[in-house]
Write a protein that binds this ligand. Structure first.
Ligand code: UDP
Length: 458
């Protein structure tokens, strides 16, 4: 036991918010910490642990409870009810977990918690431990929330465009959805603003982005709210290849049709496939799914479309009947990084969730973005106008993106002059993402400093 205790520098307990887009970056960050000599335990909810099959050679898994052990979020009466119970049960079970480790041979030395769960810092401090809050969304989004949290941004927004230092001027649809549709999802709005609750008491503020991607916002925001950039937190195989056996995140909330996708893609010419996925949560209205289907048909490109079970019935039957298996493949969940890294993929039609966007940036894939809500609208603004790696489709007066709009933008990215420019820019960001996490890169140095501070403060 003594021997094992000495074999790692410090033990980090990581607590992600229990959704796919929050677990992925935190799990990968843990793997990177392990590769740098730490021990890492990822605390997932009992429900997720019971229903998934978490896999990792290096990170250990343990559980806390969100108060909904039988059904997770789907079991909750409302968003508000879920978040309240998550805080109560999460705090209690996190405390029990830390207590258990403190009396073992592997006491916890630091808790890395999702910025969505600021209550975790209170528990951490009860044990006298350092706490690191982990922002899974980009700095540009965090800074807008910082402004709103401190009342620097008056809501509802009446003066446009919005001017925030370090950012381009923002029109209303460029703001996170909770701001541009004032009053929508009040419980989630409170959640994202409360990322700044007690943030000054956290010992570290980690953000899943990389410096050169957001240098101006990072510099500006750091002056008022110190932070370090540690991303992109995507499996090392796709970036610096320094973390052994790090090919995938290792925890999928949905069953993946992996080999099917890769085999199908391997039969397709370079740059000939549109990959379509709206992440783990988006529920599109039937009319929108129909417009996407007919827009794709109009573009005449091959496509690989992730349609989760809950979305399947919204695709027109006629479209399915008319699609040959050579032309299009529908899957319920894909190995997204493998797909994006395939030469066959020419563009990613995405909802612009931050993980999807930073994965596309890291793998050099241009995008057509159709943001739905939360941070996706602001991510889309940056994808189009700052990083210049994609185009955003616009909704009509009914709130739907029409088939011509979709077809036109898919063509623009796949074959137009602007598309070529986007591809070039995407390759530039890919190289810079690699540089950030490679030896001596900005994220690498920040992580090294975090690791050595943890080891030295023990
Ligand atoms: N993802 C995947 N297979 C899919 C769709 C998504 O592995 O078919 C992964 C994707 O790589 C990303 C995460 O799920 O890491 C989705 O996170 P994102 O922030 O893009 O969207 P969210 O699901 O939070 O809306």
């Amino acid at each position: 036991m003594e021997k094992e205790k000495r074999s790692y520098g410090a033990h980090v307990l990581a607590l992600p918010y229990p959704s796919q887009g929050h677990i992925n970056p935190m799990l990968h960050f843990c793997k990177r910490l392990v590769s740098k000599g730490l021990k890492a335990t990822l605390a997932i909810t009992t429900f997720i642990s019971n229903t998934m099959d978490p896999k990792s050679d290096s990170v250990q898994f343990d559980t806390v409870s969100d108060g909904y052990d039988e059904g997770g979020f789907m079991q909750a009466e409302s968003i508000q009810a879920y978040l309240e119970r998550l805080e109560v049960s999460g705090s209690q079970t996190l405390a029990e977990l830390i207590k258990r480790y403190q009396s073992s041979d592997h006491p916890i030395d630091c808790v890395v918690y999702d910025a969505f769960s600021p209550w975790a810092l209170k528990v951490t401090k009860q044990f006298g431990l350092p706490g690191a809050t982990f922002f899974t969304q980009p700095c540009c989004v965090n800074y807008i929330y910082y402004y709103a949290y401190h009342g620097f941004l008056k809501l509802p927004v009446s003066s446009l465009p919005v001017s925030i230092p370090g950012m381009p001027l923002l029109e209303l649809p460029d703001m996170p959805s909770f701001i541009y549709v004032h009053g929508s999802y009040p419980a989630y709005f409170e959640l994202v603003l409360n990322q700044f609750l007690d943030v000054e008491k956290a010992d570290y503020v980690l953000v899943n982005t990389f410096y050169k991607l957001e240098d101006k916002v990072v510099d500006t925001m750091s002056k008022v709210s110190p932070l370090i950039t540690i991303g992109p937190t995507i499996p090392s195989f796709y970036l610096d290849k320094r973390v052994e056996n790090d090919y995938e995140y290792g925890l999928n909330l949905f069953h993946s049709d992996g080999s099917n996708c890769t085999h199908w893609l391997s039969t397709k010419p370079k740059g000939s496939v549109v990959y379509i996925s709206f992440g783990s949560m988006a529920n599109l209205v039937q009319e929108q799914m129909e417009e996407i289907a007919w827009g794709l048909k109009g573009s005449n490109y091959n496509f690989l479309w992730v349609v989760r079970d809950s979305e399947g019935e919204k695709i027109p039957e006629k479209f399915i009947d008319e699609t040959t298996s050579e032309k299009g493949l529908f899957v319920k969940w894909s190995p997204q990084l493998e797909v994006l890294s395939s030469e066959a993929v020419g563009c990613f039609f995405s909802h612009c969730g931050w993980n999807s966007a930073i994965e596309a940036l890291s793998l050099g894939v241009p995008m057509v973005v159709m943001p739905q809500w939360t941070d996706q609208t602001t991510n889309a603004k940056f994808v189009q106008d700052v990083w210049k790696v994609g185009v955003r489709v616009r909704v009509d007066e009914k709130g739907i993106v029409g088939r011509e709009e979709i077809e036109g933008h898919v063509r623009e990215v796949m074959e137009g002059e602007r598309g070529k420019e986007m591809k070039k820019n995407a390759m530039k960001w890919r190289d810079l993402a690699k540089e950030a996490v490679s030896e001596g890169g900005t994220s690498d140095l920040n992580i090294n400093e975090f690791v050595s501070k943890l080891i030295n403060s023990k």
